[in-house]
Design a protein around this ligand. Structure first.
Ligand SMILES: [Zn+2]
Length: 75
């Protein structure tokens, strides 16, 4: 009964690791977010953090990959 449960588990684990950690932009070196909503949510969350609360974060769309990045610089 074990083999049937193994497959879904291992593919789920691989997907999870890939989707969350290894996507960085080759141009800016920044983390890529798949959509503006995710980027905004992350920016909002970071701005509530004590250490980085003074920084204002913006989101912008990467021209090269169509992904979204966060920046603390004024554009
Ligand atoms: Zn980029």
């Amino acid at each position: 009964m074990a083999p049937k449960h193994r497959k879904p588990n291992s593919s789920w684990g691989t997907d999870d690791a890939r989707g969350d950690q290894s996507r960085t932009c080759a141009v800016s070196g920044k983390r890529m977010y798949s959509n503006g909503r995710e980027a905004n949510a992350t920016a909002a969350h970071r701005m509530t953090d004590k250490e980085s609360a003074l920084k204002k974060l913006r989101t912008y769309k990467c021209l090269y990959y169509g992904a979204w990045h966060l920046t603390s610089k004024d554009l």
